[in-house]
Design a protein around this ligand. Sequence first.
Ligand code: SF4
Length: 353
Amino acid sequence: MPSAQAGAPCGCLFRLQSLPADGISQAMKDIFCEKRDIAARLEPVLWELLEKCVLCPRRCGVNRLAGEKGFCALAGEHVPIASYCVHRGEEPAISGHNGSGTIFFGHCNLGCIYCQNQSISDNSIPMDKNMASVAELSGIMLSLQQAGCHNINLVTPTHVLPYIVSALKIAFERGLSIPVVYNCGGYERAGIIKMLDGLVDIYLPDFKYMDSGLASLCSHAPDYPETAAAAFKEMYRQTGPDLILKNGTEIARRGLIVRHLVLPGNVENSIMVLEWMAKELSNKLHLSLMSQYYPAQERGKLPPQLNRTLLHSEYETVAAKAVELGFENGWFQEPDSHKTYRPDFKKKHPFEG
Ligand code: SF4
């Protein structure tokens, strides 16, 4: 297994495809016009969903525009931005040499009890000080492009999608042209993902569970396996298995990268996830197999099996299964990545000293 960048997925093996060299400019112009039009078309539809919120599989049915709050505990016309930065620790095809323009949204529609970003994802923590308008969000997107980032990386976007689409519409009108990355926990409605066809360039979801009991225990979502499966099939329908690269580089321009975080004591769940992907999607897609789990919560708040880091033998068993199933594109992490992946969202840049 190759060595990893601290706390980040490491380069492993590639079978990559590039855009054609000719006709890029006109093709790109057409794409940006189309993306702006898609955003304009989606905007009213998605905002209407907030009035009886069914944005995600929880289908809380609350009127978020009237101040009612559902599972994700958000309401109103502003969006919680916990942090944004030039992130150099994502998969190499996402971070590239200039970094990924990463925007971390506050709160979450999944609420995993072991969340590694709990200081910003915990729905019980008020986000009052970090609320931004749609116009401010579009300005952040443009500033990240200005900083040279390869993409706009939307982390935990599911529960704030209408705000994102409105901000993207403004940003496209003002010249945003880098790819849009949808970086989510996999608990998505397939129908909503279908709406994003042509707007999102790169899906970067985490496929967490095929074990319904584990999904219930850890994320209060016993329907995660079948719900995520439908959403992943839709993402795959849009992208296919190939990662399309920016011409002459190894930086992703379009495609699907599936992450999976191996949880301690739950190797069987990981193997079921890999088997499902190989059978129902493709073993040609890009897999990012993560070992960075550590108990981020206070002692006593997690079930015993999650109160430790991953054993090397557990990660190696899952990695060996991935190889056995024929996955040959993507990245493995160093088994000790948990020592270095410790974001601090109190700092301006959560991942750097
Ligand atoms: S986005 Fe939030 S309020 Fe809407 S259905 Fe999901 S968890 Fe409930």
